[in-house]
Ligand binder design. Sequence first.
Ligand SMILES: Cc1ncc(COP(=O)(O)O)c(C=O)c1O
Length: 506
Amino acid sequence: MQLPLGLDANARASLQAQIFEQVRNLIVDGRLQPGARMPATRILASDLGVSRNTVVLAYERLAAEGFVEMRSPIGVFVARNVIFDSPRLPEASIASGRDGSTYRDRRIVFRGESHTVAPSPDASIRYDYWVGRPDATLFPAKAWERILHQTLQEHGPGVSAYCDPAGLLELRRAVAQYVGVARGIRARPDQILITSGIQEALNVLARLFIGHGTEVAVEYPCYSGAANVFTSYGARLATVNVDREGVDTSRLPADIAFIYVTPSHQFPTGATLPVERRAQLVDWAERAGAYVLEDDYDSDFYYDSAPLPALKSMDEAGRVVYLGTFSKSLGAGLRIGYMVLPDCLVEAATVVKALLDNCSPWLPQKLLAEFVTSGAFAHHLRRTRTIYRDRRDCLLEVLREHFGDLDVSGSQGGMHVMWRLPEDFPDASTIQREARRRGVGVYDLLSCNVRVRRDDHLNARSLLLGYATLDEDAITDSIALLANAIQDGAAECDAACPQPWQRSMA
Ligand SMILES: Cc1ncc(COP(=O)(O)O)c(C=O)c1O
């Protein structure tokens, strides 16, 4: 570490005093952290062009006054219990965000809210039904290790260079091939833009289309990770209701820049949008001169039949932007997603991507390209699909054993189902609380990144169950605990008047 010290040989203070003073300042204002190793005296002396003894004397004084600790023979370290001059902000400079959170400086013009990227670790939860997570133990680590080794041997220099902001060509080719076969989309590699997950793609599109007050449409309810991006750029949200078949295409608004939809597996209800509604949506976009952002986050997992081709596959007029991700099939930590863009948006979107981060990291793109083109990805999908399908089957069966007939949606694909609770059950937040006390994480919509009104009946009466990370034993044990939780929650709510389902469970 090179310290930012500047000595003045003509100053009245001695060189030793100047070193003492400047190092002390670095420590008290927090730029040198407690426990940090100080440069060796010989090295600092050489950096500053002074004698080693001058530095030794300065260090001794710093030690005597409690700023550093001499740990001979290891070295000199900033003292751990040093007192900081931490700058305190005047209360008046604390501005409130829309959600009531505080922004510590009034000059921060950004006023956004975030979704929950990952739930905070909770050791008390043994069985967690958090939505949208693949089973980390199924990550094909051996294949990646082999590809990593080969890649670094053959193409190591790629790691240290920027790549095309639109993404590595091999990966864009592999994605074009994949979406052609799996999603029925005819795309050239130059229409593909690699992003850091769908989340970055949404930011790129928001940057393209949204200015202060721009009206855009979202499903109601919808994924708050998307809605929050749009509002953070100044959008006004129009909502289009979702029914049992997905977004209601008979009520699409006029004069909007785009509508954001999840047609394969509506988030959160899991509805699949029927072909007629898809056609209506594409027609409407063409007539209205608007775009459709198709978020296809978890369509890699369809269990009983192939998924319907993507909306983008019906897009003759170039009004649909398709958003895909490897977060569900491989893992969100990879941070690799992609967009399939209409030709007219390619250039502008690539410029925005370059402004955001120059380009996505080369190495994960290279490994993924190899993983997909070698056929290993298709193999991985076949394997994980079977495992998740068995888990889904087990979940539905065990739920039926405990609760009888179920109103569950979204089980045809993806990694979560939405369970609309019978009217005589306790409400979702009571069940969530009681289940948590028994080590089971189940969630109402609001807790799981769903944009929905708190007092909406759907929020009060629905639970989301993400099942991909739990094996059959875990599902069986946890649903038994959930049944207890529901029984106790109901008893608490209505001790005097047992409900029919409670009697049947007893
Ligand atoms: C509906 C939906 N869209 C997009 C995403 C974000 O995916 P990514 O990890 O690719 O940014 C998620 C994440 O869970 C999601 O649920």
